[in-house]
Structure formats: structure tokens, C-alpha cells
Design a binder for this molecule. Structure first.
Ligand code: FAD
Ligand code: 5PR
Length: 375
């Protein structure tokens, strides 16, 4: 007798992800590319990124190459010729990174590229959808009360992660002493006069007061400028910026300071979040939800995207998903932990002012190839 052929095909595994930031969308795309169905919940009504500019290094760019976002990122970013550090108006270092690619861009351009890659891969994204808790057995609950089951749950819901806090992950959160005002202004290259204005320039003054400006060209039009003053310096940390104060201290940057002083601005602190574990059951945390870090090495999003990508690879085809998540954590965590520690050290010590901060040790993360694509 001929046997009846079963027509049942194995159902695709399904992931529910909280947070449509760079990291949640990168995880979603990488999972989708491996046959998962994926739904991303974004609590905001709109898909967009606030903020000014951002750096990505070799490690992050390689992930974007794998998820299909790289072409758009490269078209809308620059690799500045030099990372220059000035201390009390004198150049103390000019760093280039040899074969290590690094690029600067506006946050909105990076976000558009990552979002389009997710859409092309077929990721479902739901806005106005806040995740309020998760269950290690594989479910999320939305603010609406709806419960959604999944084979895998990812908390990519940023530094204030509800997924993390609903599960009681043990954590230490350290707030930075000082904060920063980040703005996007027109380049004003002609007005700045002669000079190497395509460089990234990290201007440090510790005298007569501690003030720092990080000058970052993002493309032909946009300049990311970060203004850093200690929190106790109420005049220095005021928003909108005190244009006269900043221009007196950095006369070489007057044209861009005048532009920056026209904008509302926001003085933000940052924090370092260290968790005992990144995963429990079928739930894992990635990005700032798991390991927010000081920006000194410009690797928060880079580490988050690397961990998102390596997680997708680790769980795809795994016999035992929970073990795959634990193994992923074991493997990937040390690199991120070291990056976080080094970034916190620079933020606390201000020793970046001395220049030459990008030693091979400090570039460990930039050189870390999580995609296996290094030739
Ligand atoms: P987020 O970008 O915070 O995204 C989380 C998303 O989840 C948001 O869209 C949010 O609305 C949504 N969300 C939150 N809660 C919920 C919920 N309950 N349900 C559903 N959705 C929710 N990194 C770099 O790589 N290079 C740099 O140059 C760099 N510079 C930086 C400079 C500063 C001053 C700071 C503070 C950080 C910098 N970073 C940099 C770090 C980088 O910005 C972050 O690491 C990165 O944005 C984290 O991405 P994420 O997707 O994990 O989180
Ligand atoms: N790098 C970047 C940055 O935005 C900051 C720092 C270093 C890209 C602050 O915003 O050292 O604080 C820093």
C-alpha cells in the first residue's frame, strides 16, 4: 500500500522583539535572513532616531554588510581623514586607524539604512506597541494587555528596558558624573577659514575651566558637535548653549558655536549598566538594555549590533535554544565588558585629553569580527 505523504512542513521559528532601535532592528533582520518570522514592537508612534551624529567602526560596518544596510550607510556617511585631539588649542595627536574602517554619520541616516534593511528582509514592525513584561517561557505582554507567544524573546528596549526589569535581572547602573549636549549644525566650512575641517577634532581645555568640544563631520552638510562641561558648571552645561562662553573658550569654532547656540539642545548624562546575566530561558537582552556604556570609545551601538547579529547566528538551527543563548553570552560578553570598562575609565579620568587614546587595546572592539568575514 502506498503511504500517505505528510504535507506538514516544519513551522518557522518566531521571535518577538521589544524596541526598534539600531539593535532590535539588526537582530530582527539577521533572524529573518535565517528563516525566522519576526515582529518588532516600538513604543513610540514613529520610527525615527533622535540625536545628532554617531561613529561606526569596522566591527559595526561588517554587521551592516551582512544585514544589507551597508550600501545606504556608506552612501550617507564619511570616513574622516584623521581623528585629531587638541589639548589647550594645541594638536597632541592625529590618529588614523590603518586598515580599520570607521565612519561618521547622522543618527537619522544610520537609522533609515537599518530600518530599510529590516523592511527589505520582511520584518514586521508595530508602532505604538509598548512591551511591559516578558516571560522566560517565551512570551511578551503589551501595554494593551495582549500576550504574544514566541520561540525567542529579545529585549532591545534601551537603557530603561522594561523587558529586563520585569524579569528582575540583577544589575548595577552607574550614572556618569558629567553630561553632554549633542547637536547637529551646518558644516560652515567656508566660515571656519583655512584648516583641516574634514577631520574629527576632539578639543579639550582643562584650563581655565574644563570644557570640551567634539567636532565630527557627518557628510557635506551636517556637523555633529558635542559640548561637554562638568555638571556642576551650571553656565557650561546650560541649554540652549551659552554661545559667548563657548566661543570665548574655543574662538576657532565661533561660526559653528553660533549655529549651535540657536538650537534648543538637551544636556544628557549617560550610564553604564552591568547585568549579572544577559539571558534567562527564552529571553535575551541586547544593546543598551543589556550593557549601556559611556560613549568614549564610540562603541555602544557597535557592540549592540554585533551582539544582535551573533545571537541570530547562535540560535538559528540550534537544537536547544536556551543553551544556545547561554553559550552566546559566554562567548560574546567578555569583549563587550572590556569595551564598557575602558569607556567608563576614559569618561571618569578625562585621560582622553592626552590624545593617542586609540591604542591597539582600545581598538579591540573595532577589530572584533563577529561576522567571520575578515579576509
Ligand atoms: P535605543 O536606541 O535606546 O533603542 C531602543 C528602542 O526601544 C527605542 O526606539 C525605544 O523607543 C524603544 N522602546 C523602549 N522601551 C520600549 C518598550 N517597553 N516597548 C517597546 N519599545 C520600547 N554608539 C556608537 O556605536 N557610536 C557612537 O558614536 C556613539 N555615541 C554615543 C554618544 C552618546 C552621548 C551616547 C549617550 C551614546 C552613544 N552611543 C554610540 C551609544 C548608542 O547611542 C547606543 O548604544 C545605541 O543607540 C543603543 O541602541 P539600542 O537599540 O540598544 O537602544
Ligand atoms: N566619542 C563620541 C561621543 O559622542 C562622545 C565621546 C566620544 C562619538 C560623547 O558624546 O568621549 O564622551 C566622549
Amino acid at each position: 500500500m502506498p503511504q500517505v505523504q505528510s504535507s506538514t512542513k516544519a513551522k518557522a521559528p518566531h521571535a518577538e522583539i521589544a524596541g526598534a532601535g539600531y539593535v532590535g532592528l539588526t537582530a530582527a533582520t539577521a533572524l529573518r535572513q535565517r528563516g525566522w518570522t519576526v515582529r518588532v514592537h516600538e513604543k513610540s508612534p514613529e520610527l525615527r532616531q533622535f540625536g545628532a551624529g554617531i561613529f561606526l567602526w569596522e566591527n559595526g560596518l561588517r554587521v551592516l554588510e551582512k544585514t544589507g544596510a551597508a550600501a545606504d550607510v556608506f552612501a550617507n556617511s564619511v570616513q574622516p581623514p584623521v581623528y585629531e585631539t587638541r589639548f589647550q588649542h594645541k594638536t597632541v595627536s592625529k590618529e588614523t586607524f590603518g586598515p580599520i574602517r570607521w565612519r561618521t554619520m547622522t543618527r537619522q541616516n544610520l537609522y533609515s539604512a537599518v530600518l530599510e534593511a529590516a523592511r527589505r528582509a520582511g520584518v514586521e514592525i508595530v508602532v505604538n506597541s509598548e512591551v511591559v513584561s516578558a516571560d522566560p517561557e517565551g512570551a511578551i505582554q503589551l501595554a494593551s494587555g495582549e500576550v504574544l507567544k514566541a520561540d525567542l524573546v529579545l529585549g532591545a528596549d534601551g537603557v530603561g528596558s522594561k523587558v529586563r526589569d520585569s524579569l528582575g535581572f540583577k544589575q548595577t547602573r552607574t550614572k556618569s558624573r558629567d553630561g553632554i549636549t549633542r547637536l547637529l549644525v551646518p558644516r560652515k566650512k567656508a566660515e571656519l577659514g583655512p584648516g583641516e575641517w574634514d577631520n574629527v577634532i576632539d578639543f579639550w581645555n582643562l584650563e581655565p575651566r574644563v570644557l570640551r568640544i567634539l567636532y565630527v563631520p557627518c557628510d557635506e552638510k551636517n556637523l555633529y558637535v558635542a559640548f561637554m562641561a562638568p555638571r556642576e558648571d551650571t553656565q557650561g552645561s546650560r541649554v540652549p548653549l551659552d554661545g559667548d562662553l563657548w566661543a570665548e573658550n574655543f574662538p576657532e569654532l565661533r561660526p559653528v558655536i553660533e549655529e549651535a547656540a540657536k538650537l534648543a539642545g538637551r544636556y544628557d548624562g549617560y550610564e553604564t549598566t552591568v547585568l549579572e546575566k544577559w539571558t534567562t530561558g527564552k529571553v535575551a537582552l541586547i544593546g543598551d538594555a543589556a550593557n549601556a556604556m559611556c560613549p568614549a570609545l564610540a562603541q555602544g551601538a557597535g557592540c549592540g549590533m554585533m551582539n544582535a547579529y551573533s545571537l541570530a547566528v547562535a540560535v538559528s538551527g540550534a537544537q536547544d535554544l536556551e543553551k544556545a543563548l547561554r553559550d552566546w553570552q559566554e562567548r560574546e560578553r567578555p569583549t563587550t565588558d572590556r569595551c564598557q570598562e575602558r569607556s567608563a575609565y576614559f569618561a571618569a579620568s578625562r585621560s582622553m585629553s592626552k590624545g593617542n587614546q586609540f591604542t591597539p587595546t582600545m581598538l579591540e572592539t573595532a577589530m572584533y569580527d563577529v561576522t567571520g568575514s575578515r579576509g
